[in-house]
Design a protein around this ligand. Structure first.
Ligand code: ZN
Length: 114
């Protein structure tokens, strides 16, 4: 078994595999953005790729605490996090068996039964 790096989400405080989290970094201007390529230098903070965790992280001042410096959050960080999530799931799940929607609601018994 390879050791999976684990990080704590600063939104919900749960420990998760690093790859399941989104890395937030603070750039030179003090603006926090999503490190989409996992390559930005400096101190990062991790959150789940959910609106809830991002907002909690942002609003509670936890980001500032985690990064140990005053920072502002870019207005579209939440969106960027969610986009990153959809992109990564598309990549990681090798099988794209998403088009097999076979159960069509063919039989509609009686439309207006009220
Ligand atoms: Zn979380």
């Amino acid at each position: 078994m390879t050791a999976t790096p684990v990080r704590t989400c600063i939104g919900c405080r749960e420990r998760r595999p690093k790859l399941a989290l989104v890395r937030l970094v603070r750039d030179a201007d003090g603006v926090v953005t999503v490190d989409t390529r996992h390559r930005a230098p400096g101190r990062g903070a991790y959150v789940c790729a959910t609106t809830e965790c991002v907002e909690r992280a942002v609003k509670g001042g936890r980001l500032t605490h985690a990064l140990r410096k005053p920072c502002r959050v870019a207005p579209d960080v939440t969106i960027a996090v969610l986009q990153r999530d959809s992109a990564s799931t598309a990549l990681s799940s090798g099988n794209r068996a998403d088009r097999g929607s076979r159960d069509e609601p063919e039989r509609s018994p009686d439309p207006a039964r009220r």
